[in-house]
Unconditional design. Structure first.
Length: 428
């Protein structure tokens, strides 16, 4: 069993105020913020790093002011988004040029001389072309026939945010949720992290679904066909150009040839990610607004609070995995009982997290500010934006019979994911 709450009392070393805390969490002072963020500060990597942080902070503050201004903000293509699209098209152009050049060399032939370089270009095209995602085979995947009640809820949420629904739902052990496309026809996949799903109320689950589907409704470029595949293509190129391990003399020469192309690809990849991050942070705020309109402001704010404690939830899950490993082999019945028990432990732990820990996380987030490589705005700012406007009522409400049906449809996946978490201890 996880450690139980135990109240602690001590005087603040900075201001002397009495601190009442919980032994499971960092002890901090609400009066002077002593120890509010025990995490090590980011190291200073020089003038360029400081300039990037300052730029991220200015952009974040400007975007926050727009969101708090109460305007009816819509997605827009700014200079960064347009540049990212152009860069993505160039990446795809390079890939296409390999294919065209290869076909041209093979067809032209030049007395057989062009066949070999043509085949080399075609092989490079095949190796470096963007891969179409497939449905995952390493986790439970539900189709409409498997989970009609869950898909009915997702359909209703999609209609509320103004987009079409998904074609498949994958369930895994991450404390997260996401949407992506798969297949040549661009079908939609919703990935539900069971640990996050289990600690949310039915209303907060609707807010989670609303937020994820809203990324399609608000034109998030990161989920688009052009930019999204370009990022994956560059990542594949960078992986392909990694130095060969334990090289021979010939492989050392190959590694040397790889240096400049690898640096160029890495630079393009970083640039593309940075260009889309601005539009991405705007998309997150807009997705939060649609989530609040769908599930209510209260439910969306509750979701934000749960996201503040994901690190604590991950620690608990790893601790339970270690405990299970020390327990040795078990019968199938015992393993299933232990897996089902895991979700009860997680829910009980979440319910026991005190408000002062949520407040500490908010204040710590405020100190850390906007991160250069962050794909989301700071959670405490997302929460503040939701609370700034008029409270919204829910357009989609949970129904008892539907909740029961969804629980039954997820039961097998729920057990399978818990077994994997206890066996592997891998939490994202």
């Amino acid at each position: 069993m996880p450690d139980t709450a135990r109240e602690t009392r001590q005087a603040c070393p900075e201001c002397g105020t009495e601190i009442r805390g919980d032994s499971r969490f960092a002890v901090w002072c609400a009066a002077c913020d002593w120890n509010v963020d025990p995490q090590e500060p980011q190291p200073d990597r020089g003038p360029l790093d400081r300039a990037e942080r300052a730029l991220a902070r200015r952009h974040g503050e400007r975007l926050l002011a727009e969101m708090l201004g109460g305007q009816a903000l819509r997605p827009r293509r700014d200079a960064s988004a347009v540049t990212a699209t152009v860069l993505a098209l160039i990446v795809h152009g390079v890939t296409l040029a390999l294919a065209v050049g290869g076909v041209w060399c093979v067809v032209a032939g030049w007395g057989g001389v062009g066949v070999l370089p043509g085949l080399v270009l075609l092989i490079l095209f095949w190796a470096l072309a963007p891969r179409v995602r497939r449905l995952p085979d390493d986790r439970p995947v539900l189709l409409r026939a498997d989970a009609p009640e869950l898909f009915a809820l997702v359909d209703e949420v999609g209609q509320s945010v103004g987009t079409r629904s998904v074609h498949a739902i994958a369930v895994d052990g991450s404390i997260n949720a996401s949407v992506m496309t798969y297949g040549v026809r661009g079908r939609r996949l919703l990935v539900l992290g069971m640990p996050l799903w289990e600690v949310l109320t039915p209303e907060e689950r609707i807010a989670l679904l609303g937020h994820e589907l809203a990324h399609y409704a608000n034109g998030d470029t990161r989920n688009g066909l052009v930019v999204g595949t370009a990022v994956r293509t560059l990542a594949l190129w960078h992986h392909t150009l990694q130095p060969l391990p334990d090289p021979t003399a010939l492989e050392l020469a190959v590694n040397a040839l790889y240096v400049l192309p690898r640096l160029l690809v890495r630079g393009l990849l970083v640039l593309l990610v940075r260009l889309t991050s601005r539009a991405g942070t705007r998309a997150e705020y807009l997705a939060d607004r649609l989530a609040a309109r769908t599930a209510s402001t209260q439910a969306a704010v509750g979701l934000m609070d749960r996201l503040l404690i994901t690190n604590s939830l991950a620690v608990l899950l790893r601790s339970e995995a270690n405990r299970a490993a020390l327990g040795g082999s078990r019968s199938a019945r015992e393993a299933k009982a232990r897996a089902d028990e895991l979700w009860g432990l997680l829910a009980a732990y979440t319910a026991s997290v005190p408000e002062h820990e949520y407040e500490r996380q908010r204040r710590a987030g405020a100190r850390r500010g906007h991160q250069v490589d962050a794909t989301h705005p700071p959670t405490h700012l997302r929460r503040a934006c939701l609370l700034a406007g008029e409270p919204l009522a829910a357009q989609v409400v949970p129904l008892d019979h539907r909740n029961e049906g969804i629980a039954a449809e997820l039961a097998a996946a729920r057990t399978e994911v818990a077994r994997r978490l206890l066996r592997d201890g891998l939490v994202d």
